[in-house]
Design a protein around this ligand. Structure first.
Ligand SMILES: C[S@@+](CC[C@H](N)C(=O)[O-])C[C@H]1O[C@@H](n2cnc3c(N)ncnc32)[C@H](O)[C@@H]1O
Length: 184
């Protein structure tokens, strides 16, 4: 199993929006879902993605996309705009759940946590163990106080000294873990 937790400080917490970008950058959440859950013509059934949404009007909310249960989802942005609008208005979609939750409470439920940070230990040398959980910041980054909290339970890991988009980080990590699995 692999898990990704995205902290989205402005992600909107209801369904009243015109576009994902205008919804407190839910487009970043969509891009991260895509890179977490989808391969070419396949869904990654061993991945769970979480977004902690901190935007108006009802924060904090946790959006969970469970690859093992996800159905009826294509990869285009319009599909996900519809899905996110549906689940944020309280309607059901297979494999997607919304609940009231904070980053702090979610992290306390997890083991083997890694905070994605340019200055962390290289992913090439760190021991990721089994079932790693990766925490990422949004387009701005993880707020210092939240980073300090998560680091009580995990370690910083880096995929390089350059800053990448959160979605690119997820793609790179999935690739690295795929490589390790195919050669182990
Ligand atoms: C777009 S970046 C934010 C960069 C922003 N300039 C900042 O001040 O944090 C979003 C998230 O991707 C992750 N990230 C980006 N580049 C990374 C790298 N080279 N190694 C590890 N994590 C990275 C971090 O979790 C970061 O919070």
């Amino acid at each position: 199993m692999r898990e990704f937790i995205l902290y989205s400080r402005t992600g909107r917490t209801d369904s009243r929006f015109h576009s994902l970008m205008e919804a407190g950058r839910l487009d970043v959440v969509y891009q991260c879902i895509l890179m977490s859950l989808f391969r070419s013509h396949a869904i990654r059934r061993d991945v769970t993605f979480h977004a902690l949404l901190g935007g108006a009007p009802n924060p904090p909310l946790e959006l969970v996309v469970n690859g093992g249960e996800l159905r009826d989802a294509r990869t285009d942005e319009r599909t996900w705009e519809d899905i996110l609008r549906k689940v944020l208005s309280g309607r059901a979609h297979p494999g997607i759940h919304v609940r009231k939750n904070s980053l702090q409470s979610l992290v306390k439920e997890k083991k083997n946590i890694f905070v994605l940070e340019e200055s962390g230990e290289s992913i090439k040398t760190i021991d990721l163990g089994a079932d790693p959980v990766f925490v990422l910041g949004d387009q701005v980054g993880l707020p210092k106080k939240d980073e300090e909290f998560v680091l009580r339970y995990g370690k910083k890991v880096s995929i390089g000294q350059k800053a990448y988009l959160a979605s690119a980080c997820i793609c790179i990590i999935n690739y690295i873990l795929d490589e390790r699995e195919s050669f182990s």
